[in-house]
Design a protein around this ligand. Structure first.
Ligand SMILES: [Zn+2]
Length: 361
């Protein structure tokens, strides 16, 4: 590279015409680099060949050219309308000239330069690590999950749902809209009676990862109900209304206890911490398996959600039997080649049924 640059011997910045920056130009057809000079004047730029300064190669508004991001160890590039490219080792002078011309660094680059923010991030991570070390990861995760603002959790949930939809992990629902509204209406009334403070949003989808028999909660309180439970699928008859209510009550329990956020924080570690603290979701969304993994709850979380479902049913004048019936039906399906996702959760269905029977008055 060095031999191609005119700057190395003859022209230090002092020898250049005032305000001019030196660069090399590649015309796109040959590998030969030609030295050029850049004259910035506020938002305007004139580019001329170093050997024929009277005849400009290009002139116009700075912003009209496409400028590469500034990286510390690489020359900056600009793309000219004729397809040729410039390579400029201008450093801070170039950045200043571009800024004067309205070409500002991207937000990512700006963030990387904001050392105080980076240091604050590190300090917060150290704090989280300290909480985690002193009280254990589940406690640290719980603290962080309950202290994340609702808007951040909601936005994360929206992004995850969108990621699942766009990535074809979830397919659209085939449940008729009237039936969807009926189920949503029943559930809204029941949730209002049993847990008026818990915010949720119910959405219907056809399948998730090739299974149609499941329901799950996303961050921010989005509950996904899959078609197999409403319409029946794979040997499972359509659930009765009170069974659907029981399943949704169980999912509302996961929402109430912020289980998905706690799992995400435990599994995605610093990426989710960054999302919670600064609204930077790139680290989590880049990793679909982590998102899906966060939906696999621990034994303790399933128990908590089952207990919540029981309270939810009692608060609505019902017994736990619809949930019990549902577990029994799922159990009869477990012999089939591909067990529904509900069956892969940690506590066995038998164990969960025994526990539910124990809660009967
Ligand atoms: Zn569950």
């Amino acid at each position: 590279m060095e031999g191609m640059l005119i700057t190395s011997s003859s022209t230090d910045s002092g020898a250049l015409p005032s305000g001019a920056l030196s660069a090399v130009r590649f015309d796109g057809t040959s590998a030969q680099a030609r030295p050029v000079l850049l004259h910035f004047n506020a938002d305007r730029l004139r580019i001329e060949a170093a050997d024929t300064p009277d005849c400009p190669i290009w002139q116009g508004v700075v912003r009209e050219l496409r400028w590469s991001e500034a990286f510390r160890h690489a020359p900056r590039q600009a793309l000219l309308p004729d397809g040729s490219t410039l390579e400029i080792e201008g450093g801070a002078r170039l950045a200043d000239a571009l800024a004067a011309g309205g070409v500002l660094p991207s937000r990512v680059v700006q963030f990387q330069r904001r050392w105080p923010a980076v240091l604050a991030s590190l300090a917060a991570l150290v704090l989280i690590c300290a909480v985690t070390y002193l009280y254990g990861l589940p406690t640290g995760a719980k603290w962080l999950a309950f202290n994340a603002t609702d808007s951040i959790e909601q936005r994360l949930g929206d992004l995850v749902a969108q990621e699942f939809d766009d990535g074809d992990l979830m397919s659209p629902s085939e449940v008729p809209i009237e039936r969807q509204q009926q189920i949503a209406g029943h559930f809204a009334a029941a949730a209002e009676r049993a847990a008026p403070g818990v915010r949720y949003q119910l959405i219907f989808r056809g399948s998730f990862q090739d299974t149609r028999i499941n329901a799950f909660a996303l961050p921010g309180g989005t509950i996904v109900l899959l078609d197999g439970l409403v319409l029946g699928d794979d040997g499972l008859p359509p659930l009765k209304d009170d069974q659907i209510l029981a399943v949704l009550g169980h999912e509302l329990g996961h929402v109430r206890h912020k289980h998905v956020m706690r799992r995400l924080i435990q599994t995605a570690g610093t990426a989710i911490a960054a999302a919670v603290l600064w609204g930077d979701f790139a680290g989590i969304l880049a990793n679909a398996p982590v998102l899906v993994g966060a939906l696999q709850y621990t034994r303790e979380f399933e128990r908590e959600a089952d207990d919540f479902a029981v309270e939810f049913l009692y608060a609505n004048g019902m017994s736990p039997s619809p949930l019990l019936e549902f577990f029994r039906q799922l159990e009869t399906l477990s012999g089939s080649a591909r067990p529904p996702a509900f069956l892969s959760t940690h506590p066995s269905l038998r164990e969960r049924q025994q526990r539910l029977q124990g809660t009967a008055p």
